[in-house]
Each structure stands twice: as C-alpha cells, then as structure tokens.
Ligand binder design. Sequence first.
Ligand code: FAD
Length: 467
Amino acid sequence: MSQFDVTIIGSGPGGYVSAIRCAQLGFKTAIIEKYSTLGGTCLNVGCIPSKAMLASSHHYEELQHFADHGIEVSGEVKVNLQKMIDRKQAVVDQTCGGVKFLMDKNKIEVFEGVGSFESATSIKITKKDGSSEVIESKHTIIATGSKPSSLPFISIDKERVITSTEALKLPEVPKHLVIIGGGVIGIELGQVYLRLGAQVSVVEYMDRIIPGMDGALSKELTKVLKKQGMKFYTSHKVKEVTRKGNAVTVKADDAKGKELVLEGDYCLVAVGRRPYTDGLNVEKAGVQVNERGQVVVNDHLQTTASNIYAIGDVIRGAMLAHKAEEEGVLVAEYLAGQKPHIDYNLIPGVVYTWPEVAAVGKTEEQLKADGVQFKSGSFPFKALGRARAGGDIDGFVKILADAKTDEVLGVHMIGARCADLIAEAVTAMEFRASAEDISRMSHAHPTFAEAIKEAALAATDNRALHV
Ligand code: FAD
C-alpha cells in the first residue's frame, strides 16, 4: 500500500498550491482529483474561463469606441461565439496542463479518482472504471472546494436554467438572459453576454448588487452597468422559475409584494456556492461538518480529526482562489513546524467587470457598525490624465483611514485596472501604512495608480491636488 506524509484531496488552487508547498518542504506528497484535469473550479469552470470570456467580449465592446480614437473599421464585425468558447477552452487546457507539469516537477503523485476516507489515515480512491485502491497518509488536507448552489424550488436543467458552468459554454448568445443573483459571478457573466448583444436582467434579493462590498462601489457599478444597458431588479425575492420549450419565466416579488415577471430564453442561477464534501465519508475519519456544509476547522485549519486539515471553499470564509492558496501554504508550513499566519482582513476581493471593482479591508458600513471613528478620501478617475488619455474615466478610489492614527482601514476602488491596483493597497495595509504614508510615495505619471495617491491625499487632510 502506498504511504504518504501528506495527501491532498482536491486539486483546485487550494489543493495544488498546498501540494507544491508540501513537496518543497520535503514531504512525500500525493494529490487526489476526481476529474481528469487538475486545477479545480478556478481553472476549469471558474476564474480562468470567466476571465477569458470577459477578455474576448471586452475586445468586442471596445470596437464600439474605435471611432472615437480615429480608427475606422469597415465591413461587418460579428461575434463567433463558438470560436470565443474554443479559445477559452484552449486557455483552460493550457493552464490545467501547467498544473500537471508543476505536479510532475515537484514529484507529487497524482491519483485520478474520488477520494473517500476509510479512516483518519487511510483513503480509498475510486476510479472512473470502478476499480479502487487505498493509500495511507499521515496527514490529509481536504481541499474539495464548492459547487453552485440553487434555490429549493428551481430545477437546474443545465440547458436553459443554468449555472455558471453552463454559462461558460452556451451554444448561442441569449436574446434575454435573466440572472438570479447580483453577486460577483452573476454580474461578471452578465457583462459578458451584455457585451455580446444579449438583453440582461439581474434579479437580486438584497437592496443592492455585490452586497458584500462597500455601498459606494455597488452604487457606481450599478450606474455604469445601467448605462451599458443591464437591467436591475434589487430587493426582489424570486419565487418561481419555469421553462416551456426555449422560454424561461422568472417570477419574483418586490418588498411590497408586487409581482415581477421576466420572460427570457436563458436563466442563470448565480445565488452562491455550497461547500462540497459529497462522497468524502468524513464521518469515518471523525471530521465534523457544520449545518452550512462547511468542514469545521480551528485557527490552524485543523479539523476535528487532529491529523486532517481543510482549506479553501470547503471551510468558512470568502470563496476565493487566492484565499484558498494562502490556506494551502499555511497548512503545509504549519505541518513543517513553522508559524505561518493569514490576515483574513487583507484578502482582497475583485469583480472583473469593466470597470473593475476591487477592495481590501473594512467597508464604510462595517466601520460604522463597529463604531470606529474614520475619515474618508476619494478621487475620481475622470480627474486623472491617464484615465482621460485612455478614455476610461468611470469610477474612483476611496480610502478609509482611522480618524486618530491615520492608519488605512479599507481601500475601495472601481475603475480601469483596479484588479491590479488593489495590490498597492494590500501592501500598504500589510505594513500598516497611514493614508499620509501612501500620499507621500511617488506614483509614476501618468498612471491609474495616481488615483490611489490622490485619494490618500484627500483622506489625509483633504489635500488632493487634482480636484
Ligand atoms: P475548487 O477549485 O473547487 O477545487 C476542488 C477540487 O476538488 C475540484 O477539482 C473537485 O473535483 C475536487 N474534488 C472534490 N471532491 C473530491 C473527492 N472526493 N475526491 C477527489 N477530488 C475531489 N475566485 C477568485 O479568487 N477570483 C475569480 O476571479 C473567481 N472567479 C470565479 C468565477 C466563477 C464562474 C466561479 C464559479 C468561481 C470563481 N472564483 C473566483 C472562485 C474560485 O473558483 C474558488 O474560490 C476556488 O476555486 C476555490 O478553490 P478550492 O481549491 O477550495 O476548490
């Protein structure tokens, strides 16, 4: 029977990164993945394919602004959706192949099959052909991720009533895509099809889209997307989704009980994701799962079985690839006797629409709820030379700093390239910078990053220079 120091179940960004770090630290490491490709949700049906589709649709949308730049395009410009999807798949295949290369390079043994616990130290791997083998492992890391969730009365048929997985490979551009859920996944995929010519309606239970983020970001993103043609029905509770042939009807009630009826040809259900432990037989290993389906862990990400750890979407916290990666590294280093630490407050969140939305730290709503005295400085991209030169003038950067100490408590931004700009804010906050620290650092001109300096100036003493 094969024996390992560490076995990781699940090859998503949490699992494969953890495997690499375990191998670097000298552990004999195995990884078990039930699918034939490595990389999990993120690489196969999540981050990477959605960003590929966003990139392709963004190119198409930009064509409409070519004339403003003095570029005349003659002849018909049209979308070949199948080609777009094929390109996306090529990107995915190449990226997943890269993970396989990294497993081989680090001498990590890869098992293809469903992993399930026989005991706290033995794991059975059941392969596609029904055969199985059992391996022994001193330590195991559960990294089985999550699956799309739904509402109890919705039947997802994967053709017309779909999840994000199907939305990444639709056979046609919908005429009217109704999206249930105004969170990150719904909004990103909504923008893809909006750009490709679909009518897109978003029905959201809360009173604003991207409800977990700072209210100012929700407001600005709603404004920009409305301008682009997306329709929003916030504070609406969906009560029925029915399909007849190619038509899907979504019924919802607003806060006063007034009924909304939307007729579409596709309905994307994007109401969140649920932790995934199906078939894992956690009870045989003494691993506890809570009422939300999450594997219960302590601060060291150790489960209720002392030699078994869990990371990523399957445990509490933000369902983000980079959070899963940090946790994967933390467990590997903890097993090696190191003292790793994650500051969950400094895990950035990003929405890859255009303009991009990004944030780190506390929102204004959280600071108010916690009774923290803070000051706020904002700077609009439209006042920035680089934004004006490129024509990307939507959005702003907002910095929240402690009223007394000036320490930066939260940075919230919406605009071009914010997904990358947020790294500066994370760095600053990791080193506990004050708003004045950021305002005194030289930022290259002309760049989008200057908006961060200006917002920091505004937060320091209301002394932004270019407004
Ligand atoms: P997963 O990536 O879910 O991987 C778990 C793996 O475990 C899967 O491959 C699964 O097959 C395998 N598995 C499960 N059970 C077993 C078993 N019993 N035996 C063997 N294998 C098993 N996050 C971001 O940070 N940025 C983004 O831009 C982003 N975009 C997204 C877009 C979409 C459309 C979606 C759906 C998600 C997106 N996410 C994004 C979220 C991100 O994909 C997840 O947070 C991330 O994949 C979680 O990583 P993980 O390692 O915990 O699990």
